[in-house]
Design a protein. Structure first.
Length: 404
């Protein structure tokens, strides 16, 4: 065997028969790596080989730092020991195996260690006459480095998304201090600072694809972190201002076929206020039907502090919500329920309700009289209007919650 030192490639990765390790060149024993070090499994090594193979006429193997073949187009060789690769990893140098110099488990070719941050983490081997395949092997080492970098970036993005979701979910449980929040955000390379704002972004058809698109757009913005929780995208802003929040809404609305709605917490919130807004947001999104009536309004912003009734209903037991709705609405037809909703939505104006429903005002008067006969609620009076409003909100909560 001949040895020749090659430039080291740089990555924070490690491989040991599919496990994370660090192997120091020149004979040092492998040790467990830090938890932050990415790993290359046998599945990943095989996938890399399969990506490279179509453009090559030579067989390619990827070995771990002990010389075990963990990726190869020759399935029979996977799991076998390669002495040349083990030697290359041990010395931190390329090993050339000429025809006639083979040992059991080896074939003629070149084996080049992938040395990352001073540690051998894998060996890339190409089968063939050394003089012929050396240039190929050198290019492959760089190619493998590029592919591993891409894999690592995908892993990092997935980890960061999961960590962000954990932070925001914990915030909604009221178990996060401001110092821990700031520390957690720094851990995902997002050093946000108070004052805060929490906003839930949603629409009536915010499925997985739209959430991914929205999260991708938010990742390009500074000063915010976001995660998909309970069917909405939660957006936490640091150093929040009213102008900044308005610009954020405008930017997210651009180029969208379906409009977005913004369930907005307090601007410039302290940590206790932020925690309260997170708890409110979680409670409302657990019963999204409570929000549906607001999506018919002209404005795209729904302030959390304007939803006191909805929050009160969201926190009630299911049976009580059902009773609140049924005790008032059970005798009413869909037409009468919609008339009641439009009457309330138009500030108890008969003329406004008539315009919204597209009927004569006398028709609205007749329907309101019929509602009073069936429920004893004279909706022209404030107390009766409140009772109807509670019943309709409870019905909204049950309807969507029951069909999710």
């Amino acid at each position: 065997m001949r040895h020749g030192r090659l430039p080291a490639a740089r990555l924070t990765l490690a491989i040991y028969d599919g496990q994370m390790i660090e192997v120091t060149p020149n004979g040092s024993a492998p040790t467990e790596s830090s938890p932050s070090t990415a790993q290359i499994t046998r599945e990943l090594a095989q996938r890399l080989v399969e990506q490279l193979a179509p453009s090559l006429v030579h067989n390619v193997n990827i070995m771990d730092a002990t010389g075990m073949i963990i990726g190869s187009m020759d399935a029979a060789r996977i799991g076998t020991r390669h002495d040349g690769a083990r030697d290359a990893a041990f010395r931190g140098e390329a090993v050339h195996i000429a025809p006639g110099d083979e040992h059991p488990g080896t074939r003629p070719g070149v084996n080049i260690p992938l040395i990352l941050e001073g540690h051998v983490v894998a060996v890339v081997g190409v089968t063939g006459t050394p003089a012929e395949v050396l240039p190929v092997a050198q290019v492959l080492v760089l190619t493998v480095q590029m592919l591993l970098t891409q894999e690592r970036l995908r892993d990092n993005a997935s980890w960061r998304e999961s960590a962000t979701r954990d932070i925001l979910s914990t915030l909604s449980l009221g178990k996060l201090t401001e110092s821990r929040l700031i520390s957690g955000l720094r851990g995902i390379d997002m050093p946000l600072q108070p004052p805060w704002n929490l906003t839930g972004v949603f629409n009536t058809a915010l499925g997985a694809n739209q959430s991914v698109s929205l999260l991708r757009q938010l990742r390009e913005l500074s000063g915010v972190v976001a995660a998909d929780i309970n069917g909405a995208v939660w957006v936490l802003s640091g150093s929040s201002t009213a102008i900044g929040l308005s610009l954020l809404r405008q930017r997210l609305q651009q180029s969208r076929v379906q409009p977005l709605w913004f369930l907005t917490g307090r601007v410039g919130a302290t940590m206790p206020q932020l925690t309260g807004d997170a708890e409110r947001l979680g409670a409302l999104l657990a019963r999204p039907g409570l929000l549906v009536p607001f999506t018919t309004e002209a404005t795209s912003e729904i302030r959390l502090d304007s939803l006191g009734l909805e929050l009160a209903i969201a926190g009630l037991p299911e049976a009580m919500i059902d009773d609140l709705a049924a005790s008032v609405l059970a005798p009413l037809s869909d037409t009468l329920r919609e008339t009641a909703r439009m009457f309330l939505g138009n500030e108890l104006s008969i003329a406004g309700a008539a315009r919204a429903l597209g009927v004569h005002r006398n028709t609205v008067v007749q329907r309101l009289d019929r509602i009073e006969v069936l429920t004893t609620l004279n909706m022209r009076r404030f107390s009766s209007a409140v009772s109807m409003r509670v019943a309709l909100a409870a019905d909204d909560a049950l309807y969507v919650h029951g069909t999710q």
